[in-house]
Design a binder for this molecule. Structure first.
Ligand code: TRP
Length: 481
């Protein structure tokens, strides 16, 4: 592979991985989960799972990308040959591509909502509005398939343009503008919320250490969140890892990604809840926190329209830096495998995801409850797609951990990992045993959600995978090169 396909700067992988990791998961999901599950106790468990499961798999995924230096699908194909394992391991790449495609389809629709709110805030349309007006505004956005499609289209085109311009001129340059801007905005919003909100109440809500509120469900959610927030198990990190220069420390980078991602989640949580408490509002839940409660809080505060607009630009930027990492693995595959030009590959990927996104759009209106899709699958198309990704994501992570832990040779791993022999043993133990067991646990939790027509398909998938994994774990190591 030519030098053309390596990041220009040593720090770019870190920037890109943080860009992928920091998203709606940090700005909205983490604060909400923490508040619900025992505050500081949840954060403690979360930190533990980030260390014992998140970071080892993060390292494994980067490692697979960097050793193969190809897109996830072609890279896994290459690794199954060189390591004489079953071709079934190629499913890591395919699962990743499928998840990327599915996630982008709804991520883009939700990110489109932030586009709407950025516009509403900056034009001052919501200034001084009451709870009812703002709630009704969100409802009427959801009720309008055309408006949602418009925003969805704009957002996906914006992301496609960045990736279409290539990994250097598009992704690298784009991120070098977006990411610093995001950190500045985050600090501005934090400062604003300290002045105008109730930061003490926010800190109490997030950090009160309550073991009693920490259920088994909370543990499982912490694990799922550590996965989601680090963008693991869907090829995004592997694709970026393929461009990582060989002399950059994998271990140090992975720790840095996890640290920055967690720090952003904590700061965002403090800022958001300071605003919510300051305005005397409910901590609420669901999309409502981001798109009803937050606009309402801003509408009551000085310069709320301006800072609120800036806040939604933050959400938008965080979503774009994540969505480009969803396009890259599939686009890179189409370039490698079918000799497409990059713009063509990006157009194919985003057009497909855009079309699929229309299913999410209509889930909120034309195809809402009581219509055919609901009757057939027992849920909206949006919920269905989300459920699929909730199955694919841990599955991908599990396979990545197993392949990196068992199929890669000791010398390969040692060369990639760097660091001391002690760290090598710790990582190998975590990735061979602890992470797979933990992920399997989270995975099984999604089982009760799988019902009706999904059950036979899911059962077959599990059997095929169990057989494939069992067979392929008996790896014949190639003679040392
Ligand atoms: N990490 C993102 C967030 O916190 C969401 C996400 C999960 C993601 N998997 C991804 C983003 C894969 C890009 C690629 O919001």
């Amino acid at each position: 592979m030519s030098g053309q396909n390596v990041w220009t700067h040593k720090g770019t992988f870190l920037l890109a991985a943080v860009g992928s990791a920091v998203g709606l998961g940090n700005l909205w999901r983490f604060p909400y989960l923490t508040g619900e599950n025992g505050g500081g106790a949840f954060i403690l468990v979360y930190a533990l799972t980030i260390f014992a499961v998140g970071i080892p798999i993060l390292i494994a995924e980067i490692m697979l990308g960097r050793t193969s230096r190809q897109s996830p699908i072609m890279g896994m194909r290459h690794l199954t040959r060189t390591h004489q394992t079953s071709r079934a391991w190629e499913s890591i790449g395919w699962l990743g591509a499928a998840s990327a495609f599915l996630i982008l389809s709804f991520y883009s629709v939700v990110a489109g909502w932030s586009l709407h709110y950025t516009w509403q805030m900056l034009t001052g349309s919501l200034a001084g509005a009451d709870a009812e007006t703002i709630g009704a505004g969100f409802d009427s956005l959801l009720a309008s398939p055309w408006l949602m499609t418009l925003y969805h289209t704009l957002f996906i085109i914006l992301s496609a343009l960045i990736v279409g311009m290539g990994i250097h001129k598009g992704i690298e340059s784009g991120l070098r503008i977006i990411m610093p801007a995001l950190f500045v905005i985050l600090l501005v919003v934090l400062g604003y919320s300290i002045v105008n909100g109730d930061i003490g109440a926010a800190a109490e809500f997030l950090f009160t250490f309550s073991l009693a509120d920490l259920s088994l469900e909370g543990w499982l959610q912490a694990m799922g969140q550590s996965f989601f927030t680090l963008s693991l198990g869907m090829g995004a990190i592997m694709a970026y890892g393929a461009y990582m220069p060989s002399d950059v420390s994998l271990t140090r980078t992975a720790f840095a990604v996890a640290f920055v991602d967690t720090a952003v989640a904590l700061v965002a949580g403090l800022a958001i809840f300071a605003l919510v408490f300051g305005a005397g509002l409910e901590t609420g839940q669901g999309p409502g926190l981001m798109f009803v409660t937050i606009p309402l809080a801003f509408s009551e505060m000085p310069f709320g329209s301006l800072i609120g607009g800036v806040f939604f630009i933050l959400v938008l930027g965080a979503a774009i830096s994540s969505s480009i990492s969803l396009i890259e693995p599939v686009a890179a595959f189409l370039v490698e495998r079918f000799d497409r030009t990059r713009p063509q590959a990006v157009a194919i990927m985003t057009l497909g995801s855009w079309a699929l996104g229309l299913l999410t759009v209509v889930s909120f209106n034309v195809w809402s409850e009581g219509t055919l899709f609901h009757t057939l699958f027992g849920r909206s198309a949006f919920d269905f797609i989300e459920l699929l990704t909730n199955i694919f994501m841990p599955l991908g992570g599990l396979l990545i951990a197993l392949f990196a832990g068992w199929a890669l040779t000791q010398s390969e791993v040692a060369k990639e990992l760097g660091g001391s022999p002690g760290w090598f043993s710790v990582w190998r133990f975590l990735v061979r045993f602890i992470a797979p067991a933990a992920v399997a646990f989270v995975f099984l939790r999604t089982l009760p959600q799988v019902d009706g027509y999904l059950l036979p398909a899911f059962g077959a998938l599990t059997i095929v995978l169990a057989v494939a994994i069992g067979r392929s774990l008996l790896v014949k190591q190639p003679p040392a090169a």
